[in-house]
Design a protein around this ligand. Structure first.
Ligand SMILES: [Zn+2]
Length: 209
C-alpha cells in the first residue's frame, strides 16, 4: 500500500491557530473551524488531476479569446472587429500606454502565467514528482490568487458596453464568449487548489525523495 496519506492528520486554523483532526474527511467534505468559523480545507480526492484538466481547458479558451474578434462595432454602417490584443494595442494609439500595458498584463499575461504555474504544480503533485520549485511556485499561486483581475475586467467590459451601445451597435464576437468561459474556468482552477492539501502533498513528496 502507498505510504503517503492523501491528507494531513492535524491542521491549524489560519485565523485562530486551533488544531483539528481532519484525517477522516471524505471526498467532497469541507471542514471549518468550530471556534471561529474560519475555512480549514475542502477535501477532493483527485483534485490535482481535476485542476490540471480545468487549467489546460482555460488556457485553450484564453488562446481562442485572443485570436478571434472580441467585439464588432457598427457605427453608421461601418463595421470593425477587434481582438483582445488589438484592443490593448489600440489604447497605445489613443495615447493610453499605461492602460494598454495593464490590459495586456492583467487580462492576458498574468492569467496565462498563473495557469501555467498551476498546471506545473498540480501536475507534479498528481504524478508524485518532487521538485525544489514546488514551494516557491505554490506560494506565488496563493499570493496571485487574491488578485482576481479577470472578474474586474469583465465588469469593466460590461460597463463600457453600456456606454458604447449609446453611440454604436455592439455585437459580441466569438472571443467574448470564449473569454467569459475562460474567466469561469480560471476561477475554478485557482480556487480548486486546496492550500492545506497542496502543502501537505509537497511535504510528503519532499520526504520521499
Ligand atoms: Zn479558527
Amino acid at each position: 500500500m502507498d505510504q503517503r496519506h492523501d491528507f494531513p492528520g492535524y491542521l491549524a486554523c489560519q485565523s485562530c491557530d486551533s488544531m483539528f483532526d481532519v484525517s477522516r474527511l471524505r471526498d467532497g467534505d469541507t471542514a471549518s473551524c468550530s471556534r471561529c468559523g474560519g475555512f480549514l480545507t475542502r477535501y477532493v480526492a483527485d483534485q490535482f488531476v481535476q485542476v490540471v484538466a480545468i487549467a489546460i481547458a482555460a488556457l485553450v479558451l484564453l488562446a481562442l479569446g485572443c485570436s478571434y474578434p472580441f467585439m464588432t462595432l457598427n457605427l453608421n454602417g461601418l463595421e470593425s472587429g477587434m481582438t483582445l490584443p488589438q484592443v490593448a494595442l489600440s489604447l497605445i494609439a489613443h495615447r493610453m500606454p499605461l492602460l494598454s500595458i495593464s490590459v495586456a498584463a492583467f487580462i492576458i499575461v498574468i492569467p496565462a502565467v498563473v495557469l501555467i504555474l498551476v498546471i506545473a504544480l498540480a501536475g507534479a503533485i498528481a504524478l508524485e514528482r518532487h521538485f525544489d520549485w514546488l514551494r516557491p511556485v505554490g506560494r506565488l499561486i496563493f499570493t496571485l490568487q487574491s488578485w482576481s483581475m479577470v472578474e474586474v475586467f469583465f465588469l469593466g467590459v460590461l460597463v463600457s458596453l453600456v456606454k458604447i451601445s449609446g453611440i454604436a451597435m455592439v455585437e459580441m464576437g466569438f472571443a467574448f464568449w470564449a473569454y467569459a468561459v475562460f474567466s469561469f474556468l480560471f476561477l475554478l482552477a485557482v480556487t480548486g487548489l486546496d492550500r492545506a492539501q497542496c502543502w501537505h502533498q509537497i511535504e510528503q513528496l519532499s520526504q520521499h525523495e
